[in-house]
Write a new protein. Structure first.
Length: 234
């Protein structure tokens, strides 16, 4: 019971932090989508593409950065089951705490996306569902999610390491890493890199696609790889 009590505050922080992160990220991405869809001139097609990708990447990167700074000392600010798995393998968390974090992340993500859905006009809300684009194959989509998740998890593990003198600045590189990952993948897989995000957007929109599994196995595989690499260098 005492161990559960010690987990209560951090787990609650994961729940609220994940909800805040995805509320800001999904809502911000929808706002960018509305702006770009209002520009229909052919001569602005390149600007449309660049501004759309940058806007979505900025919404997710900044959303993670500010919420990670707010909740970092409360829960560690994982907000992502892949990061929690990486921390479990690296020995930073017990199995029970990791399971509690996973549940809170899924619930918090669902709440955050539902709030974004509820506070966004119907003609603006895009859903943010993770689905492969037409030109992307399952194999490429899987490995894209795998490698980008491994980079994000590795950056998290190294920058939050207690031996790092600048660990208090960890949200900055973590947020910019997510920003960079979205710049790369948003046009191919919609850049999940987070099973909780993929689950929540599909749940709220009630659309679970046939390729949904890659948004779980890819990030989890990336988390395992990142933890292994981190322990090798540690």
């Amino acid at each position: 019971i005492s161990e559960l009590q010690r987990w209560y505050i951090p787990a609650t922080g994961e729940f609220i932090g994940t909800a805040m992160f995805l509320y800001l990220a999904v809502g911000g991405a929808d706002a960018v989508s509305l702006f770009t869809h209002t520009l229909t001139y052919v001569v602005l097609s390149i600007i449309l593409h660049i501004s759309g990708v940058l806007g979505v990447a900025f919404a997710f990167g900044m959303g993670l950065m500010v919420t990670a700074w707010a909740f970092g000392r409360i829960s560690g600010a994982h907000f992502n089951p892949a990061i929690t798995l990486a921390c479990l393998i690296a020995g930073d968390h017990s199995f029970g705490k990791a399971i509690m974090y996973l549940i809170c992340q899924l619930l918090g993500a669902s709440l955050g996306v539902a709030m974004a859905r509820g506070t966004t006009p119907n003609n603006v809300y895009a859903g943010g569902i993770n689905v492969l684009h037409n030109e992307e194959t399952l194999a490429r989509g899987f490995f894209l999610e795998f490698w980008l998740s491994s980079i994000l998890c590795f950056v998290y593990l190294t920058t939050t390491d207690e031996r790092a003198r600048s660990s208090f600045m960890a949200p900055l590189p973590i947020g910019f890493t997510l920003f960079s990952c979205h710049l790369f993948a948003v046009r191919y897989t919609n850049a999940s890199i987070n099973p909780a995000r993929a689950f929540a957007t599909s749940l709220v929109s009630r659309q679970f696609t046939s390729d949904h599994w890659i948004y779980w196995l890819g990030p989890f595989g990336g988390g395992i790889f990142a933890a292994t690499l981190y322990m090798f260098f540690r």
